[in-house]
Design a protein around this ligand. Sequence first.
Ligand code: FES
Ligand SMILES: [Fe+2]
Length: 408
Amino acid sequence: MSASHANDPVPEDRIEALIAAHRPGYGLARAFYTDPAIYRRDIERVLHRHWHCLAHESVIPRPGDFELFYFGDDTIILTRAQDGTVRALLNICRHRGAEVCTERKGNAAFFVCPYHAWSYGIDGSLQAARLMPPGFDRSTFGLKQLQTTIEAGLIVVSFAAKPLDFSHAARALRASCGEYGWDAAKVAHRRTYALDANWKIAVENYVECYHCSPAHPEYSRTHALERPPERIAGMNAAMEARTRALGVSIVSGDHWRNSASGGEAVDTFRYALHRGVSTGSEDGSPLAPLMGRFTDFDGGATSIHLGGTTFLVCYPDHGMIYRFIPKGVDACEIELTWLVRKDAQEGRDYDLGRLTWLWSITTEQDKRIIEHTARGVRSRFFTPGPLAPMEQNERRYIAWYLDELARA
Ligand code: FES
Ligand SMILES: [Fe+2]
């Protein structure tokens, strides 16, 4: 039994006391990363309340295409129906709960449950249920579906019965990823990293760049975000001027807020790359054809934080989707997706090894530091320390998380 499983679960009323005991400006206490009761509440109050990007829509281009996505205890069948509509179906048979889709991805006209052979259309409707009595109403036993929307080519889903208003986040995605041409992009590569750590340790690591300089020497050679914001203000202003000169208008803005506002949280911010750097590559040189409204490189990148688990980075020649996927109190995954222009051909227009080099090496480094942190935090001797000024996004993420966790 691991140390975390040896913890005594925190009773529900103790969770409120732990939230109240949080010291602003400090990290979270150990129980938030190790306690099964808090993890359950994470799912119900934080993760099932907010929107999550599942994929770029180019993963299911044709009618009948489907792919499975996992999130917490749930499996989602992402499908494209004959009329082109994208649906996120829960992979739970409406008879006795077996998983109806057992292939990871493919193209199908029906999903036939392997247990008693109830048969569902690609749109989730129950088409046949053998030997059920006359009068059985198939129309009320379709697969359950998540709310789904598509913006800038990104398929975004919510588990909530009444999802948060996504209209502002949608505008923010159009005004950022849209300018980078993400709706005319395709997936060049995807890779999943399994982490032996609570999902919040992975997200907290992503949102701060205090660790970039010591942990990511390769990233720090090309991205100015490794420096405190006041030291790169001039570089950022020069980058914005270059972006405007290209006739590209990327609207950045901070609309990070809790769910009490009724709307989804989104923050779009831009930052300069180091002098002479075009994109997120090993040596700063271009990787792929320019995308969207870009006719040249502007020496910058755009970063988007959306809800609790979705993070996006736009370069003029490729895009990155980072999905954080909880897998239990002690485990999570990070999925990276590399996007390029839809008409770009591997080998002719881009080299996959070069394209994926920087964020592969950076994520391997992150996996190591996240798991080092998870092991340290499991000790009962761990006490949270003070956050540095460069960890301002982590401070905000923690405050947001606790607020969500506290609200019924
Ligand atoms: S559980 Fe699916 S048909 Fe019975
Ligand atoms: Fe990192």
